[in-house]
Ligand binder design. Structure first.
Ligand SMILES: Cc1ncc(COP(=O)(O)O)c(C=O)c1O
Length: 307
């Protein structure tokens, strides 16, 4: 992406999810996955340091991450073109890193003229409690990838970034069948209007506290072992229960929530992430009362695995 055609290598942070096809697939996962693209070099993303909300805000030693980057620079130098990361590992199991980690990535990129690409496809438009996750992580990426919440349900995605780099793309380089689709663009504008004219971000901030409390309480059941998240995006990690392995527990919870207990409403969850982690990513427009009722129901469903 750099103007310098000799910079042929991409750095990606491990266990990210950026898509399944082409280069997006190549920067997903880690070097251990099959059929890796040799142009992609992986560096570690904090996981152990932030695997439970009890660890949030603690001082952690991140010097190892700096060392990995420095080693890459030493080995490949100015062949390194850009670095892509997610604000938090979404598909990788909901790991929300310390702000200082992102600052290390940013400083490294600035120092070596490497472009920083922040994949906010999952995080943009308020999920992390800020309109854009890069604000939360106090960095200024060169490019931001957006999707999902961007169109509030209408399929649309976008990359926003430095004009001086974008201008180098040849005529038609980024066009395809649906690019600049008027309906999709209208959905983005309508969503932006809604953010501007409603209290959705204030509501998100209130809901976030309620969800952190409610999800933390799930640990009492012993069915949930770890809780992570920020804003209105959380991951709850399942424990082994009796003879059931944590991965089976996660699937069982999805099924129990979907079917509901007799006479109760249900809760729609996605299938587990990274084996045994359940994504909780509720609407940012729900009322506080709805949040409390659904968390109580969630507790009941999860605790029913103990019977
Ligand atoms: C952070 C992130 N980037 C990229 C993608 C891929 O988007 P798509 O499914 O549109 O290829 C996803 C999808 O879940 C995602 O979470």
């Amino acid at each position: 992406m750099s103007r310098d055609g000799n910079r042929d290598l991409i750095i990606a942070t491990r266990h990210g999810f950026h898509g399944k096809k082409g280069l997006a697939g190549a920067v997903t996962g880690s070097e251990k996955d099959k059929d890796r693209d040799p142009r992609v070099k992986f560096v570690s993303f904090p996981m152990e340091e932030c695997d439970d909300m009890t660890k949030y805000g603690q001082d952690v030693d991140l010097s190892g991450y700096q060392d990995e980057l420095d080693a890459l620079w030493k080995e490949f130098g100015s062949r390194l073109n850009c670095l892509i990361t997610e604000p938090y590992l979404g598909g990788g199991g909901s790991y929300h890193p310390p702000v200082a980690y992102m600052k290390i990535l940013e400083a490294f990129c600035n120092e070596h003229d490497i472009l920083l690409i922040f994949d906010e496809v999952q995080a943009n438009f308020g999920r992390t409690g800020c309109m854009y996750a890069f604000e939360k992580y106090e960095i200024t990426p060169d490019f931001v990838c957006m999707g999902k919440g961007l169109g509030n349900g209408v399929p649309v995605s976008a990359t926003v970034g430095r004009g001086d780099i974008m201008r180098n793309m040849g005529y038609g380089a980024t066009s395809d069948t649906w690019s600049a689709n008027p309906l999709a663009c209208a959905s983005v504008l309508a969503t932006l209007d809604e953010f501007e004219n409603s209290d959705v971000m204030e509501n998100t901030s209130k809901l976030s506290k309620i969800f952190f409390e409610g999800l933390k309480k799930l640990k009492e059941t012993k069915v949930i072992s770890k809780v992570r998240g920020e804003g209105m995006v959380f991951g709850i990690e399942c424990a082994d229960v009796g003879n059931l392995k944590s991965t089976d527990v996660a699937n069982k919870i999805v099924e129990t929530c979907y079917l509901g207990l007799p006479g109760e409403d249900g809760i729609h969850l996605l299938g587990p992430l990274a084996g045994n982690v359940l994504r909780v990513s509720p609407p940012m427009t729900m009322t506080e009362q709805e949040a409390r009722v659904s968390l109580e129901l969630f507790y009941k469903f999860i605790n029913s695995l103990n019977n």
